[in-house]
Design a protein around this ligand. Structure first.
Ligand code: SD4
Length: 318
């Protein structure tokens, strides 16, 4: 059995590519890396890799991570600038026994020494979004804007290996040096080939408060189906945050176990995700949480898929 699940519609092309690789016998490490690179390279996805939205100082600082569920190796980079594929740097770092999580300049030095491709990741389109945003908030304090998305994936190969990986430009207009959940093991991602994996998107500052990806894998280890595990962990964190802090940020999770069963949970409207399984075509689904806290989903219609691409590629009106 092989399978892949990933956050957001934007992962679809990557998941499709990963699925082809898995079908052809690739391992879950190569497939998840290739799948995330596909998302990083596409300039119209404004929250991951090339074309990602910048921080307050108009710099694109990227976070990414990789975890190998066989060895529990983790590698991550945070606030890295000017490199094309942060996920590949993270995967390379996962093979180090120490110094496997690097930030900023240290991460860039490592990437340079290892010969990773340098690239100015700030596109004209991202600059236009930045200028527009500055105008909208002229005279007010710049606040991070959370309306954009991290790609987080879990991958299972035919040999039973589970991996997880993430990549993001984090919150638009974030402070320089801000690090979200995506490169933090247990929060943005977790993989254990004996159990399964999970990955998150949403407000990093809140996702981290629940170590939510680890929590989901832990619940799966106790025997819960990935759907039950996701719902239980997300609903509990959402409730705890509301009780203690009056509100909860966006929390959306995907998970897959070592049998290829999968689950999702979210506390927002409009969470989309992509799934590929052996013997089935890759699909995009839209999820929502019902009054009872259960998460339901349906396959995205063709109109929805077309509209998504149209809006992603529409000119930026400044
Ligand atoms: C972060 N979790 O940096 C990321 C952002 C994200 O949907 O996923 N937005 O906090």
């Amino acid at each position: 059995m092989w399978g892949m699940i990933a956050t957001w519609r934007m992962a679809f092309e990557g998941v499709s590519k990963g699925a082809e690789m898995l079908e052809a016998g690739s391992n879950a490490g190569d497939a998840v890396e290739a799948a995330i690179r596909e998302v990083e390279d596409f300039p119209y996805y404004k929250s991951v890799g090339y074309g990602g939205l910048p921080n307050e100082e108009m710099e694109v600082e990227l976070d990414a991570a990789y975890m190998d569920g066989d060895t529990l190796d983790v590698g991550a980079v945070a606030a890295i600038k000017d490199y094309a594929n942060p996920v590949s740097i993270a995967r390379r770092l996962s093979r180090e026994t120490v110094n496997s999580v690097l930030v900023g300049e240290g991460a860039e030095k490592f990437a340079h020494k290892e010969g990773f491709e340098r690239k100015n990741m700030l596109t004209d389109r991202a600059k236009a979004f930045y200028r527009k945003r500055r105008k909208e908030v002229a005279g007010q304090e710049l606040k991070p804007y959370s309306g954009h998305d991290t790609v987080g994936m879990v991958c299972l190969d035919d040999g039973g290996k589970v991996t997880a990986a993430t990549s993001t430009s984090g919150l638009f207009m974030k402070k320089k040096g801000r690090v979200g959940d995506s490169p933090i093991v247990g929060s943005g991602f977790y993989a254990d080939s004996k159990v399964g994996g999970a990955s998150a998107t949403g407000l990093g500052e809140d996702l981290m408060k629940g170590c939510i990806s680890y929590e989901i894998v832990r619940l799966m280890k106790e025997g819960l189906h990935p759907q039950e595990a996701c719902e239980r962990a997300v609903n509990l964190l959402d409730a705890e945050l509301k009780e203690r802090r009056g509100k909860a940020g966006d929390l959306s999770l995907v998970a897959m176990n070592r049998e290829g069963q999968w689950g999702v949970a979210t506390n927002i409207e409009g969470f989309s995700f992509a799934v590929a399984l052996k013997g089935q075509k890759p699909k995009v689904y839209l999820a929502k949480r019902g009054e009872d806290g259960r998460c339901t989903f349906e396959e995205a219609s063709r109109e929805w898929m077309e509209d998504y691409m149209r809006t992603r590629m529409a000119p930026v009106e400044e």
